[in-house]
Ligand binder design. Sequence first.
Ligand code: FE2
Ligand code: FE2
Length: 153
Amino acid sequence: MYIHWEKGLELGNDLIDTQHRMLILLCRKLDIAIKTRAGEQLIRWVMMELKKFTEFHFTSEENLMHEIGYPGVDEHALIHADLLVQLDMMLAKISHHKEFPEDLLFFLNKWVAQHVVNEDLKIAEFARCSDKRPIGEDLYGQYLLSGKAQSKD
Ligand SMILES: [Fe+2]
Ligand SMILES: [Fe+2]
């Protein structure tokens, strides 16, 4: 199994898609760090990078839901909390065994992909038609996807 970005994961929302790409990149980075037997401390640092970015992404997505008036914010936030618990458990497992667990890739793939296509898709669809627009909704498109930093201030 190889974790990579694919068209099916793209939801059509610049903020969500950009952050999901980074999330998948960090899963891949962790996988490479473990498979190439990087030092224990290096692997720990990469795990922390993945965990911190995941927390950031969940906060970002929850803010987006509030901004657009998404009706299922609490439910979605609970799923995020549960995913973080699962990630913590998997990271602890890697830490303690100090070797590559056979099911890491399977776990990360399922963990990321299923949530994206089952749950995050609903936010992207709602965001498309909501009258309430997210704060600075063009920023991700302008700054991160095109790479052109433009200020309208
Ligand atoms: Fe989510
Ligand atoms: Fe997400």
